[in-house]
Design a binder for this molecule. Structure first.
Ligand SMILES: [Zn+2]
Length: 263
């Protein structure tokens, strides 16, 4: 039985995969699962592209600077022009389908908010220039993120959506896809589950955020793209659909979002 799925957000370049990356991709592929692997800084973006090229046509890459890393690329109020140039070059490679992951994180706040905003805007402009969608990270920062996004006309996905119905409405108004991962399977996620139940099927995509955030029943272990099946099964149940129906819909959405076709 092969259900096609796209794990729209994973970190295949992360160290927890160093020992068995090939086997991890192989397991996903045998289950009909394609993966979009994220960059979080320049080094990680280069690795993401390498991985996507090595495991084509099952892996695609996104390149970008994560808000945690923003402070390393913002100097004197400006995003490092050389880094921007390199990102732009990487975006021209065939396996690179998006700018990501980018956004704001006021929960951990590893970079000062000003630097985060500068990095975000520089990369939103890059996305417009290169006509590639964005993969957005948000944590406790929607009050600043949404007004910025309103000034651009972008395609993209609000990754790791964990909000309630009110936030869902605001994300949908921006025309973005909503990325749902293992957090939805946690017992405490009732407001999120209610939002996902209400979300239009043609705006949902599924993801793992592997190696982080393993869904139930793998919670606490290393996450991997194969487990996107558990996310899909859970969301299907929430929405009263078969896993197959949910998989087909979210896969078509992912293909549309990234302008890419599954093998
Ligand atoms: Zn991520």
């Amino acid at each position: 039985m092969s259900t096609r799925l796209v794990d729209t957000h994973a970190h295949l370049d992360a160290p927890p995969f160093d020992g068995d990356r090939e086997a991890v991709v192989q397991r996903a592929r045998e289950a009909g699962i394609a993966v979009v692997t994220m960059g979080t800084d320049l080094e990680s973006s280069r690795r993401a592209v390498e991985i996507a090229e090595r495991y084509a046509p099952w892996v695609w890459a996104a390149v970008g600077v994560h808000p945690h890393e923003a402070r390393r690329y913002v100097h004197k109020g400006r995003f490092d022009p050389r880094a921007l140039e390199e990102l732009e070059r990487l975006l021209q490679r065939a396996r690179v389908v998006a700018v990501g992951e980018i956004g704001l994180d006021y929960f951990k706040e590893f970079s000062p908010r000003d630097a985060q905003k500068i990095a975000l805007e520089a990369q939103l402009e890059l996305s417009q220039r290169c006509e590639k969608p964005v993969v957005l990270h948000n944590r406790d920062s929607e009050g600043d993120l949404i007004p910025v996004l309103k000034r651009y006309s972008l395609g993209g996905v609000w990754h790791s959506f964990t909000g309630d119905r009110a936030l869902l409405e605001r994300v949908l108004e921006l025309g973005l896809y909503v990325g749902v991962n293992g957090i939805v399977t946690f017992p405490k996620s009732q407001a999120l589950q209610e939002a996902v139940r209400a979300a239009p099927l043609d705006k949902l995509v599924v993801e793992t955020d592997a190696p982080y955030l393993a869904p139930v029943p793998h919670r606490g272990k290393r996450n991997e793209p194969l487990f996107v099946r558990d996310v899909a099964a859970f969301v299907a149940q929430l929405k009263g659909l078969s896993t197959e129906e949910l998989s087909e819909a979210t896969t078509a959405n992912a293909e549309d979002l990234f302008g890419a076709r599954l093998p």
